[in-house]
Design a protein around this ligand. Structure first.
Ligand code: NAP
Length: 678
């Protein structure tokens, strides 16, 4: 920021007074499990991860969830804090964050019936629909020892140097399970009416406050919307918030939806700030600060929420994976340079579910701060990058950041296949990635040749030190009789509106792109957005509604704009290879839209009558007027061979290197690793 300029985000950068301490701004980096918590040597890497974000100015950071007991661990290998001998690794985190000028709270999370091991405990022995394990119902004694364990963990957290704790009371974990009849069918002092169901949560906060003293942050993460038919009603939410305040909570954080609920709460298709309405409703009932969250990913949006008085603080988690410098850039009025979280979940949650370390699709350094560093080069090279899709953009930017002279060619538009993705409903955030890398390349002085298809002769004449070929992919055209019929189009022509699509469509190929095309073709444009989204997922935003859910009859099941068949040859479940945390949303949306998904299909031919197939050894015709081919990709790598023949140093990255099973996450990671080593 130039001196004399007004603060770009006055509400965001307003300190928050907590009485015993003062937070420098209104941004909380929300709890995220990174996978580093559970591996040997992970805490040093985690310390670097948090410290980098603290140094850039995040007001307060909350760690990933750590269990207060053995049985409350999410998995048997997950973290627990119950004993003094466990303090060392936590001190390593607090020291690093404090040295960077930040503040850190430890999240205490008892997994309850979401624990993925046979020792799971819950208020009642009711299995969660997303778990294969039926938990044991807790005895009254186990309840008492669990409360004591939460208190002990908070005490140890204080000893480890944490500035406070967050008590995880939402998302369907143990505390939340006690609150709702859905999972609490006890008839003792811990179940029955709401006063008894909420006793577990409130005893934890009350006894914790007594033990840790007044000058220690206790955030209570409260489920504002369970999104369950038998979840808490609004009156109970307000009652609990008030009681948590009285019991000694410093702040209330907002949680939305249990993990088992089939309503998306953080995916890219969720409108930005979709759940802030519920925090805003609670805010006026509280004396202590209220934090809001979910799908808030830009400083402008956070500023507006605060300026409108909808919350006192804004929690963002994944946006800090996408850009560790988010707060510094916001403070400097450089929001256009922020690498924005596009809520894809591919690098973070999807990887964590596969027991891999969390990172970020648009920022592969996230979680790898000690390993993937873009060190300034001592020998400047001339690097030519051909193709500015995800791989090319990332490679050009990082190579230039390291001090190389970079010349980049793009025959079409910057962004490559991301330009197709962003046209798919629910994927418009991809535009942010293109914006970020475009700005970044310009800031770093990359010489851009846009709309120029570079020939091998032209490239050779540049006599560069290295050529990076990131020319992406071309669609595979399967050998099916009639594939050149007038009714057959490639996904590119359909997504870009270059081909007109009729009333009935068969899609050949049910991979990521087949699903995207089905979503696009099923979509009915609505001027009533995001209201339509709430109705589509059955969310009632009306204060008077009991459980924030619409009656089934009110839910506008959005039928597809046309008849759609989505076909694949393999007999596995269509969409099986989509992201773990988002695939179900795509499958459910298409099913509700009436899209027919066919697996185990053999394609016979395409003619005027439609697409002839054999399924279950029976011949059938899909009587369609349009066939869209989404049958995978082939690498576009001809240039590489020509340059190599002339003895040039050539690197192939992204789809040009390997088209099968490649996506933007792998492409950008590959590009970053190459650029680090150039
Ligand atoms: P893909 O996911 O590999 O799917 C290709 C589809 O084409 C499969 O359904 C395959 O199924 C079918 N196919 C392959 N060869 C065929 C042939 N000769 N004849 C007929 N059908 C054939 O590829 P994609 O959909 O093109 O996506 C490319 C990459 O982008 C993938 O890695 C994908 O994960 C990624 N992507 C991801 C998302 C996302 O939401 N995460 C969205 C878009 C793209 P059968 O062999 O069973 O017929």
């Amino acid at each position: 920021m130039l001196s004399g300029q007004p603060e770009p985000y006055p509400h965001l950068f307003q300190p928050l007074e907590l009485g015993f301490t003062r937070l420098p701004n209104r941004v909380l980096m929300g709890s995220m499990h990174t996978g580093l918590e559970d591996v040997r040597g992970g805490y040093e890497k985690l310390a670097a991860f948090y410290a980098e974000r603290a140094a850039a100015g995040v007001g307060l950071i909350v760690t990933g969830g750590v269990s207060p007991t053995f049985r409350g661990r999410l998995a048997l290998t997950a973290s627990q804090l119950s004993y003094r001998w466990q303090l060392g690794k936590h001190k390593c985190l607090t020291k690093a964050v404090h040295a960077a000028g930040g503040r850190l709270c430890l999240q205490l999370l008892h997994a309850g019936r979401y624990a993925m091991h046979p020792f799971a405990l819950a208020p009642s022995a009711i299995r969660a629909p997303i778990s294969p394990i039926t938990p044991r119902a807790m005895s009254a004694r186990q309840i008492e020892t669990t409360i004591a364990a939460f208190v002990r963990s908070a005490e140890l957290a204080r000893e480890a140097g944490y500035d406070g704790v967050e008590v995880m009371g939402s998302e369907g974990y143990l505390i939340n399970e006690f609150l709702c009849a859905h999972s609490n069918q006890r008839d003792d002092d811990w179940g029955g009416d709401f006063a008894r169901r909420s006793r577990f949560a409130l005893e934890i906060v009350r006894r914790m406050r007594e033990r840790v003293g007044d000058d220690f942050i206790i955030i209570y993460r409260l489920s504002l919307l369970d999104l369950l038919p038998d979840g808490s009603d609004w009156h109970e939410v307000e009652q609990l918030a008030g009681a948590a305040e009285d019991a000694g909570a410093t702040m209330i954080n907002s949680g939305f939806g249990w993990h088992e609920v089939r309503i998306p709460t953080i995916a890219a298709s969720v409108p930005r700030a979709a759940f802030v309405f519920a925090s805003a409703r609670l805010k006026s009932r509280l004396r202590i600060p209220l934090i809001t969250s979910n799908r808030i990913n830009t400083p402008e949006l956070a500023e507006n929420i605060l300026a409108n008085g909808q919350a006192d603080m804004v929690s963002m988690a994944r946006p800090f994976l996408a850009d560790s410098e988010f707060m510094r850039k916001a403070a400097q009025g450089r929001a256009a340079s922020i690498n924005t979280c596009i809520a894809c979940n591919q690098g973070c949650l999807d990887r964590v579910f596969k027991k891999q370390r969390a990172t970020c699709m648009v920022n592969p350094r996230a979680g790898y701060e000690t390993e993937l560093n873009y060190v300034k080069t001592t020998v400047q090279k001339h690097i030519v990058v051909v193709g500015l899709g995800p791989a090319g953009m990332a490679c050009a930017s990082i190579a230039a950041e390291r001090g190389h002279k970079v010349t980049a060619f793009e025959a079409d538009k910057i962004g490559g296949q991301l330009n197709l993705s962003l046209r798919v409903p629910g994927k418009d955030e991809f535009a942010e990635t293109i914006r970020y890398f475009s700005n970044r390349m310009q800031e770093l002085g990359v010489e851009l040749h846009l709309g120029e298809s570079a020939s091998a002769e032209h490239l050779l004449a540049l006599d560069a030190d290295a050529y990076v070929i990131a020319t992406g992919v071309r669609p595979r055209i399967p050998e099916i009789e009639g594939i050149h019929h007038a009714k057959v189009h490639s996904y590119i022509d359909v997504i870009t509106d270059a081909a007109s699509v009729g009333e009935s469509v068969a899609i050949i190929g049910a991979g990521g792109i087949g699903f995207d095309v089905a979503t696009l073709l099923a979509h009915r444009a609505s001027s009533n957005w995001p209201e339509q989204w709430y109705v589509q997922w059955g969310i009632d935003v009306d204060e008077t509604s009991q459980h924030a859910l619409l009656e089934a009859a009110e839910v506008d099941v959005v039928r597809a704009a046309r008849k759609i068949y989505l076909c694949q040859r393999s007999s596995e479940k269509p969409g099986k290879h989509l992201g773990k945390t988002t695939g179900w949303i795509h499958r459910l949306s298409l099913r509700r839209a009436g899209v027919v998904m066919l697996n185990g299909v053999r394609y016979q031919r395409i003619d005027d009558a439609g697409l002839h197939i054999i399924k279950n050894q029976v011949a059938a015709i899909l009587p369609v007027d349009t066939v869209v081919v989404c049958a995978g990709q082939l690498p576009n790598n001809q240039l590489a061979e020509q340059l190599q023949r002339h003895g040039k140093t050539v690197h192939l990255i992204g789809g040009a290197r390997k088209a099968v099973e490649l996506d933007a996450e792998a492409a950008i990671r590959q590009a970053a690793m190459l650029a680090r080593d150039l």
